[in-house]
Design a protein around this ligand. Structure first.
Ligand SMILES: NC(=O)c1ccc[n+]([C@@H]2O[C@H](COP(=O)([O-])OP(=O)(O)OC[C@H]3O[C@@H](n4cnc5c(N)ncnc54)[C@H](OP(=O)(O)O)[C@@H]3O)[C@@H](O)[C@H]2O)c1
Length: 283
């Protein structure tokens, strides 16, 4: 396990198609980095990004759908001098070939990169059109990896079709103790087709914290290295070997450090994962 700048270890996972290793906890930017024009919130986002990098984080996920998040990410990464360290994932979220090209070029400017690490078709919108463009972009080195995303179990069968077709490198999908459906078929299909899996909504958009509010962690959570509910939720996700990276969203530096803590120490085995699931359901 590689060490971060503060001397701690960080779990990494390999992208199946290339063997490239990336840290298993990343940072989502929906809502939390849409803060252009608000100095206090920009300062929080900057501190969060700083903590993320110090603790060994690299994967950051955005979208043109997320307001100013792409430009805020690009600006803060360049102010902190960390742009080159990041594995930047964003999305295309429009219809039509030319509109897609314009949007992706705009994203590259905002994210301040000559090339992007991962470009994903957001919520499967006009997927075949954008994948055709992205095949060319990959061949000429403008993007390194290509993927498709969704956030709802109703779209898992559609995601599975793209997984089985095999011309993508990543899927991004919702998967958590509250929304475990991806494990029915999709995650196994991704493993079988050597597709990397980014997990969005790891806290069901924060709803899971409301469910456990005022409730203590079970005693046995410390045996799997969980010091918080966030780590309990994230370690359950990371313990599934199909998962490459989970991308919790936060603009709170303390929450960022808490989340990165899930990428060190032991992960639960299958029996413990079942116990975690039963415990969470019973709350
Ligand atoms: N279709 C798609 O492609 C799609 C759809 C949904 C999401 N996504 C991606 O996935 C990312 C994550 O999903 P999400 O934003 O829906 O929600 P999420 O990560 O499941 O939950 C975010 C919420 O959890 C809270 N939180 C984070 N860390 C915490 C901690 N350690 N302790 C307590 N609270 C904590 C945050 O509040 P604080 O800010 O107070 O920490 C925020 O309210 C998105 O940002 C986006 O990048 C993609």
């Amino acid at each position: 396990m590689p060490a971060n700048a503060r001397g701690g270890a960080i779990v990494e996972r390999r992208i199946p198609k290339t063997g490239e290793a990336i840290p298993a906890i990343g940072l989502g930017t929906w809502q939390v980095f849409d803060v252009a024009g608000n100095a206090a919130e920009m300062a929080q986002a900057k501190e969060t990004l700083k903590v993320f990098i110090e603790l060994g984080g690299r994967v950051i996920d955005s979208s043109p759908m997320y307001g100013s998040s792409e430009s805020v990410t690009g600006q803060l990464a360049s102010e902190l001098g960390v742009r080159a360290k990041l594995f930047v994932a964003t999305k295309v979220w429009t219809s039509g070939k030319q509109a897609g090209i314009r949007q992706m070029e705009d994203s590259m400017k905002k994210l301040r990169g000559e090339r992007l690490d991962l470009m994903q078709v957001h919520n499967l919108q006009d997927t075949d059109t954008h994948l055709a463009t992205l095949r060319d972009w990959k061949a000429t080195g403008r993007v390194r990896y290509v993927g498709v995303t969704h956030y709802h179990s109703g779209a898992h069968a559609d995601l599975e079709r793209f997984v089985k077709r095999g011309d993508i490198d990543f899927i991004q999908v919702n998967y958590s103790l509250a929304e475990p459906e991806a494990n029915r078929r999709l995650l196994q299909a991704a493993t079988d087709s050597r597709i990397a899996v980014i997990v969005n909504r790891p806290f069901a958009e924060g709803a899971m914290f409301r469910q456990v509010k005022g409730k203590p962690l079970p005693d046995w959570a410390k045996d799997i290295g969980c010091a918080s509910w966030a780590q309990f939720f994230l370690k359950w996700i990371l313990a599934n070997p199909a998962v490459t990276c989970a991308i919790p969203a936060t603009r709170n530096p303390a929450h960022m450090a808490d989340n990165m803590g899930a990428a060190s120490g032991p992960l639960p085995d299958e029996a413990t994962r079942r116990k975690m699931s039963a415990y969470f359901k019973a709350l």
